[in-house]
Every structure is written in C-alpha cells, then in structure tokens.
Design a protein. Structure first.
Length: 637
C-alpha cells in the first residue's frame, strides 16, 4: 500500500474511532493489519479499539505486537497497562504503567493509569500522589481534576473532593464526569437534594449514563415526598435504558433435582455491613444441594473476604475488570443461579450484565431496598412485612419471593462489646441517638426529633456520621439544626469511629435509638438491638420504610413500631419516662435477638436454599418465562 493510501485509510479508521463507530473502525483495522503487518500505528490503534470495546485480551495482543515494532513507545506501554487492568490483572498493569512513566515522566496518561491501578490495589494514598503528578502536567485539564476528586472521596476527604470537581467544572462546564463526581461528593456529604439536582444535570447531557441513573435512584430513596409510584416509574425507566433482554441459549441442564451452581456477585464480600447478613447464609447453605461461586468486585480484600473465599469452590475478583471480560468469565463458569447483592448501590454497576442473561435464574437480594427495574432479573428475595402481598408486587419488576419470617440473618461482629445492660446504672437524663448514614436524616425527621426533645425534659440527641470531624461540615450541620429551631446545645455530633468495636461501644452512650424515615436503617437497627438499645421505627408504604418493622418484629418488639409521627413520639417518650420498662428492655434485648429468626443462622440458611431451589423448579417448569408474578412463599416457608 502506498504511503498516501495508507495515510488515507488510517485517517478514515481514526475518524470512525473518534466518532465512537468502533465496529467500523475495527473493520478498517482488520483490513490494514493484513496489508500492513509491520506498521506500528495499525497495531497500536487496533489495540485501542479492542480496549474500548472491552476486548482486553485481544487489546493486549495487538499492543504487544505494536511494542515489538516500536520498543520505545510510551503510549503503547500505557495502553498495555490499561488493558491488563481491564482483564483483571493489576500487578501486570502496574508494571507496564510504571515503565511508561519511568521512561518518560511527562506522560500524563501513564500517571493517570497508575493512579487507577493503585486504587484497585487499595493504595489510595499513592494514587493521590499520582493524580497530583498529572495535575502538574495538566493544570487546566478538567478530567485530571475530576479524577483527583474521585480518589479523594476514597480517602474520606469529601470537602476537598467536592472542591476538585468544582475546579473541573470551572475548567470545562461541559465535563459530564465532573458533574457526576460532584453529585457523588454531595451525596456522600449527605446533601442529597443537591446531589439529585446534579444527577439530573448529568442525565440532561447524557441520558443513557447508567451509573448516573443508578446513583440517582439510590438518592431518591432518601428524600421526603417521593412517592412509590414515582420510584417504580424511575426504576422501570432504568430498565428501559438498558434495552430488551437478549435471547440466549444457555447450556444449563434443566434437571429440577440436580445439584445447583449458585453464584453471588457483590462488592461487599469484605468487612462491610452486607457481610454481617450474607456470611451466615453462605456458611449454612447446604453443600450437598448447592455448589457456591463467589464473585467479588472491590479492591479491598480482608479477613472477612478470606473467610468467605474459603466457603467457595470458585472465587474471582472482578475489580477494574471490563464488563465484557466479566461476562466472559461468568459464562465460562455456567452458573445455574446468579445472585446480585448490590442492586444500584455498586461503585461500578454490574446490573447491565443481568440484562444479558448470564444464568437461567437471576436473583436480587439484600443490598438494595427496592426493585432493580432490570429486564432479566427474575426474582427478589424479601419477606411479607417488608413487602406485603399483594400491594408490593405491583411495584416490582421481579417476582417477590417472601422466603422467611424476616429477610435478614444477622451475624454480630466478633469484636462486639457486652450489651449496655451490663454497663451499670441508668443515667440521670435520657439520650436519644441515631448512627444511620446522615443522608437518611431528612428535615422532617429532624423536626420530629426536635418535638421529641421538647416533650422529654433534659433529654439529649446524639448523631454519629462521616464528616462531623470536619469543622466546615460540622458547622453546616449545626446551621441546619438551628434553621429547624432545634436547640444545638442539646445535640452531640460524633465523627465515625476507627473500629467496629468502638462504634458498637458508643451504643452505651445512648438510651433509645431513633430510626430514620423514609429510609430505615438495617445494620444500625440490628447493632442497636444487639447492644441492648431499644429502637423506635415508623412504618411506611414501601420496602425502604418497612425494614425496621421486619427487624423489630423478628426481635419480638412490634410495640416499638409507629404508624405516624405522633405515635413515634409517644413510643419514644414512653420508653424514656418509664425507667423500669427501659431497664427491662435493655436487659433482655440480646436474649430476644438470640431467640428470634435473625440469629437462627441454620434455619435462615435452609430457608434461603429452599427459596433458590423453588426458583429453579419454577424455571424448570417453564413458568419463569411467563409474565405473571407469583408468590412462592408457601413453597419455601
């Protein structure tokens, strides 16, 4: 091929690539590879297209060939690093990225890729330093500031993270990634209404941004005044954005009685609240009936991860791995049942993969308090209190499987202190407390708590949450309390503790825990009950505001469930004013928990397994392909 014709052909392929017409670009490069087998640019650009399409293994092959043709190429080393990351090999990725910046410290993309590689390996401080190197090379580049902001959030430096995103937007008002990063920072700062407005701005520019859609869905649950009809419509819209489920022929044998391969996909198979609930179920899943595959999706593996890994015949960590590579790996494992534990809460949502039908039976459980809206998500495991029949069925795109008296199985942390009943005498005044995520505390909730303080002389309120150690965040929150006419001299704000044991020990500082509304606590409610602190909860019309009712019923204390704000205050005031009632509740609460279904690990593991088997039987009978929803609680209870 003449140099002129080669230049023209490359220009056409590059134009396709820049315009996002990757399939057309790949066709062009395929032809050029056969005509120009020793041209560096042909193989380098072929590698970039394969990487953009999620075909990491092919990208590595093309980029490796390009590097043979030009061993000094820094961009090619960066590309190899990114491709190895996408394939789930951060160690090799680091080698290539580090070699790129060692050869040429001015290659900003190398530092940027290295920062991502450090995050995947839980080396966040090093990642920040890499981002700072990028900033020195690209001080006016919006994406560089944006990426630094993302990483600062992992460090817990939320105010600094927000400032970086605002600098990025100032540099480029059209930078969608920075708008998204700003929304995430605002949400983590518990400024949920502002976060939703930013997500709306992102989606106005990029309506199919699935990550923004997911984060926005989560945020909507925290706001007052959002009806369940609207929430359902928003989830359905997410499913519509994914497109219709692709028809797939799967190789699984539809034998109703055989041993099943059950795969669980989660970013929380680590020291995380989700693990307190899933570990006892995993441990008690009947291995004569089920083979367990665990798919982890987070950079931080710890002692909990190692315990869970020992329970599985297959363990894979997909952190940083492209969706295409994840799909290839899961299809290769041929699971019969694939369980999602994250819903829309994952840092990198894998929900779109479920719309590609990776297993005959696909189930959502535990990590998300609502329907997913995803085509192909067949079932959602719940209970009859959190999702009462039949009304809840109308607000779910999955079939609701009410598989147990309560949908949760709580395993207290090993380092739990003794319950507060053993702490000594009752204090002279009552302290109410809430340790929930601060974004769950709406203005109307604070007003209600202000009324409670007014009706309980000498009482105090203790709030614990991320950010209260930051003077700016603390003062902003105190200003919010003053705006709502709450006496801040009666409120104590506590920063997050360094350890779970310290966190649990703080329950000894409060007498009565106050659940939030409309978004209830789950882990915090279980922790309070386990530590011997009564919890007052107000029930609503949807799963997210009925979890407290399920947990309190399971603990044997439905009398602490309110149906209105006035009743909420009455229950809390009654506990606060009756010393003997409160003391008896504290003294017996841990025993109450131990005797109920929350701590019946073996029973809950059996019920969970029975529910999975019932879903499989439903699939084998062919009814899983029908549109009508069913309640198979009778089959598994």
């Amino acid at each position: 091929m003449s140099p002129e014709r080669l230049q023209q052909a490359l220009g056409e392929a590059i134009a396709h690539q820049k315009a996002g017409r990757l399939a057309e670009a790949e066709v062009s490069y395929l032809r050029l590879r056969s005509l120009e087998p020793r041209n560096y640019y042909v193989f380098y650009l072929s590698g970039l297209v394969a990487y953009q399409q999620g075909r990491a293994t092919e990208a590595i092959g093309y980029l490796g060939r390009a590097l043979q043709l030009d061993p000094k190429s820094g961009p090619c080393r960066v590309g190899l690093g990114l491709a190895f990351m996408a394939r789930g090999d951060p160690l090799k990725a680091e080698q290539w990225l580090r070699s790129s910046v060692e050869r040429d410290p001015s290659i900003a993309d190398g530092w940027e890729g290295l920062a991502t590689c450090m995050k995947i390996q839980d080396r966040v401080d090093e990642a920040v330093e890499c981002h700072k190197r990028v900033i020195t090379l690209r001080p006016k580049d919006a994406l560089s500031w944006c990426n630094l902001g993302y990483t600062l959030r992992f460090q817990g430096r939320l105010t600094d993270a927000l400032e970086c995103q605002e600098r990025a937007i100032a540099a480029d008002p059209g930078c969608v990634s920075a708008r998204f990063g700003k929304a995430q920072a605002l949400q983590q700062l518990s400024r949920v209404g502002e976060a939703v407005a930013e997500y709306d701005g992102v989606l106005a520019e990029a309506p199919k941004n699935l990550d923004a859609l997911s984060y926005r869905l989560v945020a909507l649950h925290y706001l007052d005044g959002v009806t369940r009809e609207r929430l359902f419509a928003e989830h359905v819209a997410y499913g519509r954005a994914l497109g219709p489920i692709e028809p797939r022929t799967l190789p699984n044998d539809p034998d109703p009685s055989r041993k099943l391969r059950v795969a669980i996909l989660s970013q929380d198979l680590r020291s995380h609240s989700c693990a307190f609930f899933i570990e006892p179920i995993i441990r008690n899943l009947d291995r004569s009936r089920f083979e367990l595959l665990l798919y982890f999706d987070h950079f931080r593996e710890d002692a909990v991860s190692r315990r869970l890994r020992a329970q599985a015949t297959v363990w894979r960590n997909f952190v940083g791995t492209s969706g295409v590579e994840v799909e290839r790996a899961i299809r290769g494992d041929v699971p019969d049942i694939l369980i999602d534990l994250a819903g829309h809460t994952s840092m990198t949502s894998r929900l779109p993969l479920f719309a590609r039908r990776l297993a005959p039976v696909q189930v959502n459980y535990l990590g998300y308090p609502d329907t997913t809206g995803v085509p192909g998500m067949d079932y959602r495991l719940t209970d009859a209190i959190a999702d009462p029949s039949p009304e809840a069925d109308s607000f779910a795109t999955e079939r609701l499987v009410r598989f147990a008296p309560t949908a949760w199985t709580y395993q207290p942390p090993e380092e739990s202190p003794e319950s507060v009943a053993a702490a000594g005498e009752r204090r002279a005044s009552i302290t109410f407390g809430c340790f929930n995520y601060l974004g769950k505390i709406t203005d109307s909730m604070l007003v209600l708590w202000g009324r409670l303080l007014g009706s309980t002389p000498d009482s105090r309120l203790m709030l614990k949450g991320s950010g209260f150690g930051d003077p700016a965040i603390r003062e902003r929150y105190l200003g919010r309390l003053r705006r709502l006419a709450i006496d801040t001299s009666r409120v104590t704000l506590i920063e997050r503790t360094a350890s779970i044991r310290e966190h649990l020990a703080l329950y000894g500082s409060i007498d009565i825990a106050l659940d939030t509304f409309p978004y209830h606590g789950t882990t915090t409610t279980c922790e309070a009950l386990w530590m011997g602190v009564p919890v007052v909860s107000m029930v609503g019309d949807r799963h997210v505001s009925r979890v407290g009712a399920s947990l309190l019923t399971a603990a044997g204390h439905p009398e602490w469930i309110a149906s209105s704000g006035d009743e909420y205050i009455r229950i809390a005031s009654c506990l606060a004013s009756n010393a003997s009632l409160l003391a008896a509740a504290k003294r017996n609460l841990r025993k109450d928990i131990l005797q109920g279904p929350l701590m019946d690990h073996a029973g809950q593991g059996r019920r969970f397994g029975d529910a999975l088997r019932a879903c499989w039987l439903d699939y084998c009978s062919g009814s899983a392909r029908k549109s009508a929803k069913v309640d198979i609680f009778a089959l598994v209870s």
